[in-house]
Design a protein around this ligand. Sequence first.
Ligand code: 5GP
Ligand code: ZN
Length: 144
Amino acid sequence: MSAVCPFCSIASGKAQASIVYEDATVLVFMDLNPANFGHTLVVPREHWENIYEVPENVLADLFSVVKRVSSAAKKTVGAEGISILQLNGRAAGQTVTHFHIHIIPRFSGDAISKALGAMMEHHGLKNPEKSDLDEIAKKIRENL
Ligand code: 5GP
Ligand code: ZN
C-alpha cells in the first residue's frame, strides 16, 4: 500500500469511488474522467506499479473480472464494442502508477475512435520485411 496512491486510497476505503465490483483481490470502479459512457478501471487491491510486477495468478483473476465487467458494461450502455487498454510506464502514457486495466465502451464513430486509430497507425513501420519480423520475433523469444 502506497500512502499517496489514489487507487490504494480507494482500495482501503480512504477515498471515494463508484464501485462496480469487489472481492478479496480485485476492485472495479468508474473512471473519474471517463473516455466514454461506462468507462471502468479494474485494479488489484494490492499496490503493484505495472504488468512486470503483478504476479501471474493475480493477472488471471484480474482478467476474469475484465471479461465479466466488459459484458456487463456493453449491455448496460448499449455499446457496439469494448476497448481494453492497459498502460505501463510514462512513455506509454501511464499516469497512475498502480496497475490498472481500462474497460472503455465504444460506439461507431465515437470521439475517441480518431485517437485510437492514430495510436494504431504503424508510424514508419509499414510493410516490414518478413526477415525483419523473424529477427525481432527471435530476439523476443530469447527473452521470454
Ligand atoms: P492511465 O493513463 O494511468 O492509464 O489512466 C489513469 C486513469 O485513472 C485516468 O483515466 C483517470 O481519469 C483515472 N483516475 C485518476 N485518478 C482517479 C481517482 O482518484 N479516481 C478515479 N475513479 N479515477 C481516477
Ligand atoms: Zn496503489
